[in-house]
Design a binder for this molecule. Sequence first.
Ligand code: BYC
Length: 330
Amino acid sequence: MYAQMVKSTGKNVQALEDMPPEERAFQERIDRGEKIEPKDWMPDAYRKNLIRQIGQHAHSEIVGQLPEGNWITRAPTLERKANLLAKVQDEAGHGLYLYCAAETLGVSRDELFEMLHTGKMKYSSIFNYPTLTWADMGAVGWLVDGAAIMNQVPLQRTSYGPYARAMVRICKEESFHQRQGYHIMMTMANGSSEQKRMAQDALNRFWYPSLMMFGPSDKDSVHSAQSMAWKIKMNTNDELRQKFVDETVPQAEYLGLTVPDENLKWNEERGAYDFSEPDWEEFYNVVSGNGPCNVERLEARKKAWSDGEWVREAMLAHAEKKAMRKEAAE
Ligand code: BYC
């Protein structure tokens, strides 16, 4: 696995005084809050870890179009259809900004796609769950984009310039996505008893997979310590998961829906909700390729790649012709 190449960036973060001078100067720049730009010197492991995270992030945006794209033709009104279409297009755009950011680190887009298609690079576990009813479009926008915002807003301050700048626009758009999802949930939750039942069912199915989006619990997170030292990540997985639960539970209450967790309880002392952890066995199973839709999602992406081959060839041929014409004219 490509990602295993960076496993050395585990929990043992090197102390500043033990670093070689170049690495130490690099770490000090990060500690001062300076942005690292593509042509700056950086440790190999920083570069590899960023390629891993940005690449996975880009793949998640691209694969993430599939569960919602599935509902564009079945949206209940023209307005809902236009909104969903715009949202799915935004996700494609996010993928493209992120691939561009990854390319500045010296990896090509073809290499990134190859790693996705051969299973060497991951994408978010959440997109391996099916979207069974229209209410799922509400739950995805509300919960999945809601979790994405929680994770991505801090990434606007990440140390790598092109990644941080891509996050600014992405976060603005995610905020619209979250609201359109919540609006669908509001309509369903205040609709007929059958619509309310569908909204509750969507919440039941998407709650725990949304909690899994933040990654394994801190004690099992492989990359957090080093990624946080490098400001590739700004918070731990558990910190963001807690923040998400604390913000989302009142939103569920406002909808009159019940979060499917018997242990959910406000903890006065902590000023936060106590809640049940997701089933981590299920998480690792999905991440290793055995979720309900893993095979279908990868097949769809591979088909899109091979169906688009003639377009890529035509564009390259056009660019070559243009270059030849320019050369001949000079
Ligand atoms: N799914 O050491 P850890 C969106 C992997 S899309 C799959 O804690 P890290 C949207 C992890 O990669 C938004 N794999 O990792 C789009 C690592 O494996 P490798 C997606 C996961 O990187 C369309 C291993 O588990 N957002 O908004 O420190 C429609 C150990 O984990 C997951 C991003 O990508 C997972 N959920 O922390 C709607 C944000 N979690 O690489 C919406 C950027 C963990 O060693 N990424 N793994 O083989 C991040 O912030 C971090 O990479 C994570 C994980 C918090 C996700």
